[in-house]
Structures are given as C-alpha cells and as structure tokens.
Write a protein of this length. Structure first.
Length: 173
C-alpha cells in the first residue's frame, strides 16, 4: 500500500514542482536545469561509486567485514537512480544519498533501524527464526528446556595470511 502511494504521489508532486519552476523560470531554463542536474548527478555518482568500490576492496584486503561499505555502495546506487530520474524532488533526495556526509547520516539511520527495530534472523533448532526486534527472537534459545539435549557443532575459522588478490577493474565507469 505504501509503495502504491509512493508511485502515485511522487510523480504528482514532481509534476507540481516542475510546473512551479517552469512558471518561474520558463520552459527552456527548466528543461536545461533538469538535464544539467542529471548530467552532473551522473558524474557525481561515478566518482562516489568508485570511492565506495575502493573502500569495499580495502575492507576485504584488511579482512574486515565490509557491511558499511556495502551499505554506502547501495545508497550511491539508489541515489544515482534518483538523480537520473527527471524531477527536482527525486534529484534532491538522490543528492542526499550520493554525497558522502549526508550518506553517512542516512546509513547510520538505516543501520540503527535494522539493529534496534528491524527484522533479525536467528538459527533455531528447526531452521531460521525471524523476530521483530533484535534479541527478542533469540530469547527462547538462551536456555534449553529442562531435559533437552542440545547438539552443538563448533567451527573454527582461521585467517590465511596470504594477500588478497588485486581488485578487478572498476565496474563503474
């Protein structure tokens, strides 16, 4: 239902804003502004996408979990799609997702949403258990019922000190 409203309300709002800007600046200036900010957005996305790609590979080479880097890359991707969509509202939103300082803020909000109130998946005895709030799904797994036999397998993962291969050529060009 929310997506349906977004697919209806966003284009109507975009048309209203474009109409207001067109009335104030004129048709050709409005068209030039829409084309210009799409071109500038494409260059910005290319630059920020490469930066996100490099930080992703750096995290892998340092044997760190690249969760933040993946989130940054996804936000650049979504922001780029919004920047290429004609309209001033989508361009403003896309710009917020592509620029590094505001992208960090948005990534922190999204991360907090998934950690504190989002869905969590915990391995249960009969498959995955999906819970509403982090930790709540695992409450019943902390203490087995009386007389229960818990079968546990411990897996040890050791890091190989061999260097990571060079990253492949930039996919964003």
């Amino acid at each position: 239902m929310v997506l349906l409203l977004l697919f209806v309300l966003v284009p109507v709002a975009e048309l209203a804003v474009i109409g207001q800007v067109g009335a104030a600046l004129g048709f050709w200036w409005t068209l030039g502004l829409l084309v210009g900010d799409s071109i500038a957005g494409a260059f910005l996305v290319r630059h920020e996408g490469r930066r996100a790609w490099r930080s992703f590979w750096t995290a892998l080479q340092e044997a760190r979990w690249p969760g933040d880097e993946v989130a940054n890359g996804m936000l650049v991707l979504v922001g780029g799609a919004l920047l290429l969509t004609p309209g001033f509202l989508t361009d403003a939103t896309g710009l917020l997702l592509v620029l590094a300082p505001t992208r960090r803020v948005v990534a922190a909000v999204v991360r907090r949403r998934f950690v504190t109130g989002g869905l969590t998946m915990v391995a249960g005895p009969f498959g995955p258990i999906v819970g509403g709030v982090a930790g709540r799904a695992a409450d019943h797994l902390r203490r087995p019922p009386d007389g229960a036999i818990v079968d546990v397998e411990v897996v040890s993962i050791e890091r190989d000190d061999a260097p990571m291969p060079d990253p492949p050529p930039a996919a964003i060009e």
